[in-house]
Design a binder for this molecule. Structure first.
Ligand code: NI
Length: 177
């Protein structure tokens, strides 16, 4: 298990479409564990492979402690996730992203989605998600398609947020030198 370096926007890998994987093997499971370590370390509720510079369709999430910080961890891993149904009803949630530090914006998305995916054992599963899990799944699948939550808001606000993110990216890079 290892904490991986996070990719901060703007970065070309965050705009790329990740590719489906053929099989969930030990190497993939190990990568999923590293992604979970990275997400927990950064105190995020979701992380997509692009955000650690990898272009496989893999995401990890844990929204359990978002609503109750004393709740036990409930890690979820998904390979090749696919939305098969979205509700007409929409929901607005204030989103943030580990790749756009300290920036938040209201984003409107379908309130419920059904998703199929391969679990940690490579078994096909499906979930019907609502609430924050539905938002998180859509945010992370967007990442796998090269889309950031800032792509859902006005260009003016997006440019402002990406400028701030670039400043933070440069400051962090300077710290590492
Ligand atoms: Ni994100």
């Amino acid at each position: 298990m290892a904490v991986l370096p996070l990719v901060i926007a703007p970065d070309p890998v965050l705009k790329k479409k990740a590719q489906a994987i053929d099989v969930v093997d030990d190497a993939v499971r190990s990568f999923m564990d590293d992604m979970l370590d990275t997400m927990y370390e950064a105190q995020g509720i979701g992380l997509a492979a692009n955000q650690v510079g990898d272009l496989r369709r893999i995401l990890v999430m844990d929204v359990a402690q978002k609503e109750d910080e004393d709740a036990p961890k409930e890690p979820i891993v998904m390979a090749n996730p696919k939305i098969t149904w979205s509700s007409e009803e929409l929901n607005v949630y204030q989103e943030g992203c580990l790749s756009i530090p300290d920036q938040y914006a209201d984003v409107e998305r379908p309130a419920e989605v059904k998703v199929t995916f391969l679990d940690r054992d490579g078994v096909e599963q499906s979930v019907h998600a609502d609430g924050i899990l539905a938002t998180c799944i859509q945010h992370e699948i967007d990442h796998l398609n090269g889309i950031l939550f800032t792509d859902h808001i006005s260009a003016l606000k997006r440019n402002m947020m990406l400028k701030k993110s670039l400043k933070i990216k440069k400051a962090r890079a300077a710290d590492l030198e």
